[in-house]
Design a protein around this ligand. Sequence first.
Ligand code: AMP
Ligand code: GLY
Length: 416
Amino acid sequence: MKILVLGSGAREHAIVKALIRTGTPAAEIVCAPGNAGIAQDVTCVPLNANDPAAVTTYATVEKFELCIIGPEAPLVAGVSDALRAAGIPVFGPSQKAAALEGSKSFAKEIMAAADVPTGMAHECSTMEEVEAALDDFGAPYVVKADGLAAGKGVIVTSDRKAALEHAAKFIDMGILVEEFLDGEEVSLFFLADGKNVVPLTPAQDFKRAYDHDEGPNTGGMGAYSPLPWLPAGFVEEVQRTVAQPTIDELARLGEPFVGLLYCGLIVTKRGIRVIEFNARFGDPETQVVLRRLITPLAGLLRAAATGNLETAPDPIFTDEVAITVVLASEGYPDKAAPNRPIHGLHHAAAVEGVEVCHAATVQDGDHLVATGGRVLSVVAIGKNFEHARKHAYEAIGHIKLEGSHYRKDIAKKVAN
Ligand code: AMP
Ligand code: GLY
């Protein structure tokens, strides 16, 4: 099956590696635009993944049988709509259905209509409304920009002044002030074909920049899967009370959701609550979820893309556990670092059970260069978390990138 993967991050590298690991020949996969690491595994083409016309022309000429959209930007730009109109099966929702991620108020409307459990929230368009909403819920305050803000739109703080400053920065987009939800966070992905949903396996993301969940929110500094502390029946409950009703409501509105429904959840004392939906695979959770997948990924995603999940096999995951640790450049997430050389990757990849997914890397002659942000995701699989952690941290210890940082506590609490 000829497959085009759009995107250039560690998530897309993990998708490419999972396609190959589960049976798709590397020669049948193309990534656009990809990065220096993905180019070591499959052909990369310098195509603007956010340009619907360019992607559709290329995909039509090259006769791709499946297009997998990694990031949200192409969804927002309408790339999936253009591909679908050209008759190419695409794993990624329409521009309108992707508003589930792009607009927090749209997501809240869908959840209200579908009776999906989520935090109470006030929509605010003036600072006076924000102040009133903060007072209504009290501290700690949760303030969210109502639009795509590259992972920087949310603040959780007990400092009223900081909450107001954050709101003022994004007030033009609209602000959602939400009740604070206390509990463990879970990311659970569902494949969706417009009508049916199929769960993958739960993972936990580490959103804060530093150990012990300190520092600013990031795109995600690490993840692990599975979550041994989840109650029995958790996945089925999320499917029944969250994923299926959400997909049904979108179908009812004439906007069937085809692609990946990312349910960001908090398990509170009063039950499961949705804190966000995304319309795409999560990064870095994908690195651990797909690392454990045994069922052929290409077949699953094509079944979703063509409305045939009912006839697809249920995804099977290995009992082995996976963890990923993200190596970020100096100053991330606040400041951009200059381009710097990376060394030691061969050593890292040689560690038992380890693979390295690239995000912000380019090849400069013989050298691999980091171009800022989240640079690499080191992924380790093992028979238990102690094992997987040992290997992931041994591997990341071999990587030399001036000024870089990573969290030391990924999956620590589940390791013996
Ligand atoms: P979001 O972009 O909505 O996922 O929010 C980013 C992060 O902020 C989440 O991963 C949570 O850690 C935190 N967060 C969001 N909403 C809430 C909430 N209502 N209560 C507590 N923490 C939250
Ligand atoms: N890891 C969080 C996200 O992908 O949005």
